[in-house]
Write a protein that binds this ligand. Structure first.
Ligand code: ZN
Length: 305
């Protein structure tokens, strides 16, 4: 009896666990960073790069840096990119010139040449991952451009470089840098909580959108940039994400989710993958995806930041 009771208790516990599994699965996301710090434009590029990499290391998080070649095409720039590889992160293709495929004046041929030009630059690194991140998340304003690039990526054995959570960290960064310029010598700590709240809110929004479009949780990829705000506050953002129940996973693990095999038939193409799926499905009340300053500006204005 004494021996049986723990066994029965364990069995019941197992059954309870199994029943709870679908809803108990932690929400998971991988971090991805676009562009690369440009030492020609940022005097403290090396310091910011070090700080961001230290945060990732301290938190035992692996990420992927999508490099826009023109921003790092120098000895210093490529050195900073190589640091990411050295610390176990991946490096992917983000085009050379950061062209916008949604623009009518950007041709398919020019765009493909620019992607190849970046491959030549990445080939100088010890390794790089065959994943492509569309600049501005724009995947084409015409069928010919959209499908032309999709075919090129497939022929060149690229895996997905898509984003599901588009957090417009660039706008918060822009405001933070403007504030720092106007308040020399002062620490921009007032941005920390609003920025954390913003990223959590966006993660929640796109997780909801994924459930609506896919009928399940997906492994998310969050779009961030190599900028000042992440060098300063990513550590706190990661802590807050974990606190809110998010499990941080490697990008390669996230991209193994079958959601990244989807290529929504919409035009103009692009944006967050789950936003694009929602658009294809005709979901009502879909807000504009790019999180333009129409959404973020009033929040920061009200805070006087
Ligand atoms: Zn970019």
């Amino acid at each position: 009896m004494l021996l049986i009771r723990p066994a029965v208790t364990a069995l019941i516990a197992c059954l309870v666990c199994a029943l709870m599994l679908p809803s108990a699965r932690a929400q998971r996301l991988a971090l991805s960073f676009d562009d690369g710090y440009n030492p020609d434009q940022l005097a403290n590029a090396r310091e910011l790069n070090n700080q961001l990499l230290k945060t990732l290391k301290d938190n035992e998080v692996k990420s992927i840096l999508f490099v826009a070649g023109a921003r790092v095409d120098s000895q210093d720039g490529m050195y900073l990119v190589a640091q990411w590889l050295q610390q176990g992160h991946e490096v992917g293709n983000h085009s050379y010139s950061h062209l916008n495929l949604g623009r009518v004046d950007v041709s398919l041929d020019a765009y493909l040449s620019d992607m190849e030009r970046n491959e030549s630059l990445l080939a100088r690194l010890p390794s790089w991952a065959r994943r492509y991140r569309f600049p501005y998340l724009k995947e084409g304003d015409t069928l010919a451009k959209r499908d032309g690039v999709r075919q090129w990526l497939s022929a060149h054995h690229y895996g997905s470089g898509a984003v599901t959570i588009d957090a417009s960290d660039w706008y918060y960064d822009q405001r933070l840098r403007a504030w720092m310029a106007a308040h020399p010598g002062q620490a921009p700590q007032a941005f920390k909580q609003p920025y954390i709240r913003h990223v959590l809110d966006r993660a929640r929004y796109y997780a909801g959108l994924a459930r609506q479009t896919m009928g399940r949780e997906v492994d998310h990829v969050l779009l961030l940039h190599t900028n000042t705000i992440n060098a300063l506050f990513l550590d706190d953002v990661i802590a807050a994400l974990r606190e809110a129940g998010w499990k941080l996973i490697d990008p390669s693990e996230a991209y193994a989710d079958s959601v990244y095999e989807q290529a929504p038939d919409v035009l103009p193409a692009g944006e967050s993958l789950v936003w694009s799926l929602a658009k294809k499905q005709g979901l009502k009340g879909l807000r504009y995806p790019a999180e333009s300053d129409a959404y973020e500006k009033p929040v920061l204005d009200a805070l006087g930041l």
